[in-house]
Design a protein around this ligand. Structure first.
Ligand SMILES: *[C@@H]1O[C@H](CO)[C@@H](O)[C@H](O)[C@H]1NC(C)=O
Ligand SMILES: *[C@@H]1O[C@H](CO)[C@@H](O)[C@H](O)[C@H]1NC(C)=O
Ligand SMILES: *[C@@H]1O[C@H](CO)[C@@H](O)[C@H](O)[C@H]1NC(C)=O
Length: 501
């Protein structure tokens, strides 16, 4: 029952509403202007729809659209006039003043007002009622980015700057990422301009990249992410456009020098691992260009660099002895690089200086030879000196050891009649008591102011006497004789000479 009643009431109110519209001018309903959208965001190029409707009794007069932005207050739409991108949603309606704006631009951003005017009887129309306003932001997609490299090619090593730019986007927030062969690069410097609020912005991002030899195959990518983009934008840069790798030169001969006179020698030059591939190779003989070289085809290495090889076949004549063959390479309009090898004969010419037309290179070489000879002579003299010094040292050492020496022990007990007391000349004797029966024959051993007397009583038999048996030497220091340097080592030793029968 309740449902039926409410349905009936609704129907009634609808009928009343319709009848009130029919009888316009009756003044039963208050005028209302409705602009329900608070904020609308649209992407550039899309169609923007702005809603506005009026209800109730309205005075005579038009409804128009205005935009307020940084550039001022501007008429967007009116029934009269030309507004090429704007159309009414319900053409000719008295209540629905919704409009469509096609192909929006970033400049379309601003606050839009729907305004009802009252017809002025004598003057211009007066503003009667204004809608709350709709803030429109136009998201603009960044343009396709582009990457620029250094102004000229760069060698591997120090960082090279690359720049990525894109523009015309809104809102301001944007993310720029740099990738090298898919791997993210650190520390890009990204700047968005202008710094103040604007209808659109530009971005510029730079990154430093250290090139490597193998970068001929590498790729740099600038990736841009923005709220208006369904997928990031990419721009790529082939690092081969920025890379220069200088060749490494190697010169060799076949067969290896020195070579026999009048044989054929092939000099080979290898210019290895350069990029880009434009390189020219020339041969010089003693500084003079020769066109006898034969270059092989350019070959590409796995890392994208190139290698060029050339050979030069010459006859090893006497005149060419010690000639210098130079391989010179000009790469990528850079200053030339060169490497040389010398032709040497296994049997050098008998008289190298006899040729009157010997070139500057030859004289330079004989100069070099002289230096070698001088160095060899100096070395030989040094060696002789060293041998002489060693010999002298040996001789001295042998002299020191040549006479048998016996370490003298301190006397254990007072010896018998010692001859030292009766010797006023301070001479050293070794008194070897080999046999009790034999008369003791003191032997002169050594002459020294610091000498001592020694008396040896060996326990062994006469025939088997060894130096070891001389262990027991009774040293009897003369108590009267003052020792000038008692601590001297030489006074500890006595030389013993044993004469056998
Ligand atoms: C953005 O770049 C465009 C063209 O590259 C230029 O015309 C415009 O002035 C730039 N805008 C700003 C704010 O730098
Ligand atoms: C090398 O060749 C020259 C001429 O080409 C000749 O005069 C000379 O005798 C030759 N020497 C030897 C060792 O063959
Ligand atoms: C080889 O290069 C050096 C510099 O590296 C230069 O001084 C020399 O003149 C060059 N030699 C030739 C024959 O080009």
């Amino acid at each position: 029952m309740a449902f039926r009643t409410s349905a009936r009431l609704q129907l009634l109110s609808l009928l009343l509403g319709l009848s009130s519209m029919d009888r316009s001018g009756a003044g039963t309903q208050e005028f209302q202007l409705l602009q329900p959208q608070g904020a609308v965001s649209v992407s550039a190029g899309e169609t923007l729809t702005l809603t506005c409707s009026v209800t109730g009794l309205a005075p005579a007069g038009p409804v128009k659209w205005f935009k307020d932005s940084g550039s001022g207050h501007r008429l967007v739409y009116a029934d009269a006039g030309s507004f090429p991108r704007v159309t009414r949603a319900v053409s000719g309606s008295d209540t629905d003043f919704t409009i469509h704006i096609n192909d929006t631009h970033p400049e379309d951003a601003g606050i839009y007002h729907c305004v009802k005017f009252k017809k002025g009887w004598q003057g211009p129309d007066e503003e009667f009622r204004s809608g709350a306003g709709t803030a429109v932001s136009v998201g603009a997609r960044p343009s396709a980015p582009s990457v620029s490299g250094p102004p000229s090619r760069a060698e591997p090593g120090p960082p090279v700057t690359f720049t990525c730019t894109s523009g015309g986007f809104s809102p301001r927030d944007i993310t720029v990422t740099w990738l090298k062969n898919g791997a993210k690069l650190p520390d890009p410097q990204t700047q968005v301009l202008p710094a103040h609020e604007s209808i659109s912005y530009n971005v510029s991002s730079t990154v430093g990249v250290s090139l490597t030899r193998g970068d001929a195959h590498s790729q740099l990518t600038c990736q841009i992410e923005h709220s208006t983009l369904p997928a990031p934008l990419h721009a790529t840069y082939k690092l081969s456009d920025a890379l220069r790798v200088s060749p490494r030169l190697q010169v060799g001969t076949a067969p290896a020098v020195p070579v026999a006179l009048n044989t054929s020698v092939t000099f080979t030059c290898r210019a290895e691992g350069f990029y880009p591939k434009d390189a020219s190779l020339t041969w010089l003989e003693n500084g003079n260009e020769t066109n006898l070289g034969k270059s092989s085809a350019l070959s590409e290495n796995a890392d994208g660099t190139y290698t060029l090889q050339s050979s030069l076949e010459v006859k090893a004549t006497e005149q060419r002895s010690q000639s210098v063959f130079t391989c010179r390479v000009v790469h990528d309009s850079q200053p030339p690089v060169n490497t040389s090898a010398m032709l040497r004969l296994s049997q050098p010419p008998a008289e190298p200086g006899k040729d009157p037309t010997s070139s500057a290179g030859d004289s330079y070489l004989s100069e070099e030879k002289k230096i070698y000879i001088a160095v060899a002579v100096v070395c030989a003299v040094l060696v002789v000196l060293v041998i002489a010094v060693i010999y002298l040292i040996r001789v001295r050492q042998r002299k020191g050891k040549s006479s048998p020496s016996v370490r003298l022990h301190e006397p254990e007990k007072s010896p018998g009649p010692a001859p030292q007391d009766s010797d006023p000349n301070n001479l050293t004797y070794a008194d070897l008591n080999f046999d009790k029966q034999k008369k003791r024959t003191p032997r002169f051993v050594e002459m020294s102011p610091q000498s001592e007397y020694a008396c040896i009583q060996p326990a062994a038999t006469e025939d088997n006497l060894t130096y070891a048996d001389l262990d027991m030497v009774h040293l009897s220091k003369s108590p009267k004789r003052p020792a000038p340097r008692p601590e001297e080592a030489v006074s500890e030793y006595a030389s013993v000479q044993i004469q056998r029968k």
